[in-house]
Design a protein around this ligand. Structure first.
Ligand code: UDP
Length: 325
């Protein structure tokens, strides 16, 4: 199978490309390297340095012939999306429409889309399944939901079959250390803990310890990026063999608190990892945990490498090589 991975130089896209190559696919990566990086490219994959706002670059690339594409090229900072929504409108919405229009004219009939649990907004019940009402609390989540809706219309009108994969909290690195690019100025919990352990950052700020949870800190569902990558490969195979669109959650079904992530990181890294408790971050729900039953039923997928120690050890493996003295 020949697959175009748009956004394939990013954190998740590089793991997806690696998994597809391991499974014998031909891979081409299309990326503008705005947040992705060259270290995340693999010599076996073709690389096209292009932007999803450049429709001629997109259509030239797609016209070279692909069986399917994976779309991971989107801005993803929820906080920034509330202060700079226009960036998200242009890149996430217009960019996705460009991709769909070019895919339709190039007759690419299968699209795997990286969606997000952010489409659900504040949880009304746990664990959250795909029937949970969608009500995004930030503009980023809104763009992801709209992108899913465009996909649904292009399925009806243009026959493009899609898989929308709603990720919960992606974390971890390839266990064999083959993906080495680090995110610049990360905001997510595990990279912040890793930078603190590596002494690049002075301390972790814990956003509130007075939540209604057993240790007072927020609970999230962290899923290993290699588990996510495997789900993309399975979703592609399913789309091509069944020709039927679907939406699935991808989570570990396991809730981990901020304190428990921090304590395990101290153990795994052997570093003190200083931390202070600060005010709650606006918009944070106390608990988010996925039900991934549907992914199991449809794809036979289950998170296999998403235990906390594996998440931390595989990430520390990369951070300590790059930062530690
Ligand atoms: N968090 C924290 N300090 C940080 C970053 C995150 O306490 O510097 C907490 C955050 O409040 C949330 C959890 O860690 O409860 C995961 O946050 P992240 O931004 O990684 O993902 P989100 O759940 O917001 O998508």
């Amino acid at each position: 199978m020949k697959v175009l991975v748009i956004g394939g130089a990013g954190y998740i896209g590089s793991h997806v490309s690696r998994t597809l190559l391991d499974r014998g696919c031909k891979v081409a990566v299309f990326d503008n390297l705005s947040s992705g990086c060259k270290e995340n490219l693999f010599s076996e994959a073709e690389f096209i340095h292009g932007d999803i706002l450049d429709t001629s670059a997109l259509s030239n690339t797609m016209n070279s012939g692909f069986d399917a594409l994976i779309h991971l090229a989107a801005f993803k900072a929820a906080g920034e999306s509330m202060t700079h929504p226009e960036k998200y409108s242009v890149n996430n919405i217009t960019g996705t429409l460009n991709i769909l229009n070019c895919a339709a004219s190039a007759k690419i009939g299968a699209v795997v889309f990286s969606s997000s649990a952010a489409v659900y907004g504040e949880p009304r019940y746990l664990p959250m399944d795909e029937e949970h009402p969608v009500n995004p609390e930030n503009y980023y989540g809104f763009t992801k939901l709209e992108m899913e809706r465009f996909l649904d219309w292009y399925d009806k009108l243009k026959g493009i079959r899609y898989a929308a994969l709603r990720y919960f909290n992606a974390a971890g690195y390839d266990s064999a250390g083959r993906v080495t690019g680090l995110e610049r100025n990360p905001n997510n919990l595990l990279p912040v803990i890793m930078e603190t352990a590596a002494r690049v950052r002075e301390k972790l700020e814990i956003f509130g310890d007075d939540w209604d949870t057993p240790d007072g800190t927020c609970i999230r569902d962290y899923v290993h990026v290699s588990d996510l990558a495997e789900a993309h490969a399975l979703a592609l195979e399913h789309l091509v063999s069944q020709s039927k669109s679907f939406i699935v959650n991808l989570g570990s079904e396991n809730g981990i608190s901020v304190k428990s992530m921090l304590e395990t990181a101290r153990e795994v890294t052997g570093r003190p990892v200083p931390a202070v408790v600060v005010d709650r971050r606006p918009g944070d729900p106390a608990r988010v945990v996925a039900s991934s039953t549907k992914a199991k039923e449809i794809l036979g997928w289950k998170a296999r490498s998403s235990d906390v120690r594996t998440l931390i050890a595989s990430t520390w493996n990369i951070y300590q090589k790059q930062f530690s003295s």
